[in-house]
Design a protein around this ligand. Structure first.
Ligand code: PSU
Ligand code: MN
Length: 305
């Protein structure tokens, strides 16, 4: 391939030596949280991954170069520039690369670049999915398609109730993506631990997650896998309260005619504003929780290989 991922020295060495590496996305920094909490969170997520024995590799596009492993200054740049950075999903990658632009990578784009770099495990907050009203708008995140075609394990806290969760699960099933509840039988709904949706598969240890992942690779199935790790109990929010806030946010979005790639960032921002600091704190805690599980799983995988 003509294009190679430009890995930081630390990431390159770890990959070369078969040591555990965890990929992280950059849209969560630029579009998912406000400055400066976004940068503080990105740094503590990286620290959590190190504390648990793995090397963090934040993925982004800078000046048209695919990057794995950002410097502190680069993280600060993405955090400060926020939504002025191009939100980059699969379809946007060639445009950003050709124009030597900067791109904050979504779950889909991060999976692509992580896979190119040889990274198997990726931690984030929430994935994109089927939006409410998709039966008329057809608004379904490219994250779902990517999970079906790129072999990376994505560890998240489920999906925000800004999405239609039952439809999101149906699409993942159709596309053949294993969705595994970590120490739960229920799909977690990001801010809260429960959604009322029962999952097909449960896993209780990083070693078991690593074993399922190894089977996907050994079978050469080619797809990804989604691990849904519930927010820790002490930070879990009241789902009825969040539900009302989300309904108000969607109503405002519709009345303002917001569409396409702006939908998710608009709703994330609105929900954060309507719930005060609470949801932001919950968001940060669940990302750290996912980073820890991802690092432990990457370690289990490195031992297995
Ligand atoms: N959901 C969140 N936080 C986020 C996102 C989703 O709770 O930051 C971001 C992720 O980068 C995800 C993207 O991949 O939004 C999905 O956007 P879209 O629905 O436009 O595909
Ligand atoms: Mn969309």
């Amino acid at each position: 391939m003509k294009y190679k991922v430009d890995c930081s020295e630390e990431v390159r060495l770890a990959l070369e030596q078969g040591r555990p590496v965890v990929a992280l996305e950059s849209t969560i920094i630029s579009h998912g949280m406000p400055y400066p909490k976004n940068v503080e969170t990105a740094l503590s997520v990286e620290q959590t991954i190190r504390d648990n024995g793995a090397v963090p590799a934040t993925i982004a596009i800078i000046g048209g170069h695919l990057k794995a492993g950002l410097t502190r200054d680069e993280l600060e740049y993405f955090g400060k520039k926020g939504t002025d950075i191009t939100k980059t999903s699969r379809r946007d990658i060639p445009v950003v690369v050709a124009r030597k632009d900067d791109g904050a990578t979504t779950v889909a784009a991060t999976m692509i670049i992580a896979h190119m770099a040889g990274i198997d495990v990726f931690a984030t907050g929430g994935i994109g999915g089927v939006h409410r009203g998709a039966e008329t708008t057809m608004d379904i995140s490219a994250d779902l398609e990517e999970l079906s075609r790129t072999p990376v394990m994505v560890i998240c806290a489920g999906a925000k109730a800004i999405l239609d969760l039952p439809l999101t699960m149906e699409v993942l099933e159709t596309k053949g993506v294993p969705v595994v509840g970590y120490r739960t039988d229920e799909l977690p709904a990001f801010y809260s631990r429960e959604s009322g949706i029962t999952l097909n598969t449960r896993s209780d240890s990083p070693e078991d997650l690593a074993a399922i992942w190894k089977a996907i690779k050994d079978l050469e199935m080619g797809n990804g896998m989604l691990v849904t790790n519930p927010i820790p109990k002490q930070y879990s929010m009241d789902s009825a309260k969040i539900g009302k806030v989300i309904e108000d946010a969607i109503a405002e979005m519709n009345s303002r005619g917001i569409k396409g790639k702006d939908v998710t960032p608009f709703l994330l921002d609105k929900v954060q504003k309507l719930t005060g600091g609470n949801s932001l704190e919950a968001n940060i805690k669940l990302v750290l929780n996912n980073a820890e599980l991802a690092a432990k799983t990457a370690c289990a995988l490195a031992t297995k290989a």
